[in-house]
Design a protein around this ligand. Structure first.
Ligand code: FES
Length: 138
């Protein structure tokens, strides 16, 4: 796996990287079971969850691991199918919508695109499909 010379694309996207800053090939994540949430470093190094779909591709919607209450990071709970924040108990569904507060805004989204096994992360500026509204982070 040879990362491209540039790690930023024309649209301002960045390559998904691991903890030590190396680009992660999509194939490395896609060997995992469907439903897996894989944590990568995305835009500005923000920890971001990628989802392996049932058809063996990556979900084009990445979820930023930053609780909208006070910014804690949180694990994915595969049994409850929720992101569960350990700080004050907020819970989010698999798409990042709030199921229980104190958080009151959905988790931030990013675009996820795979090209030649590289995973590109770019900012989500369009309507938030979960709310049908302009995203709160834009
Ligand atoms: Fe997540 Fe408070 S920071 S619930």
């Amino acid at each position: 796996f040879m990362p491209p010379a540039e790690s930023t694309d024309a649209e301002g996207g960045v390559l998904a990287k691991d903890k030590i800053g190396h680009p992660i090939p999509a194939s490395q994540i896609l060997v995992q079971a469907s439903g897996t949430r894989a944590l990568i470093a995305g835009l500005a190094g923000e920890p971001t969850y990628l989802t392996v779909r049932e058809d063996g591709t990556l979900d084009p919607m990445g979820i930023v691991n930053n609780c909208t209450h006070l910014g804690c990071t949180f694990p994915w709970n595969p049994v409850d199918q929720q992101f569960q924040c350990p700080c004050h108990g907020s819970r989010y569904d698999a798409q990042g919508s709030v199921e229980r507060g104190p958080a009151n805004r959905p988790l931030k989204l990013v675009h996820v695109q795979v090209k030649d096994d590289y995973i590109w992360i770019s900012s989500w500026q369009e309507t938030d499909p979960r709310t049908g509204e302009k995203p709160w982070w834009v």
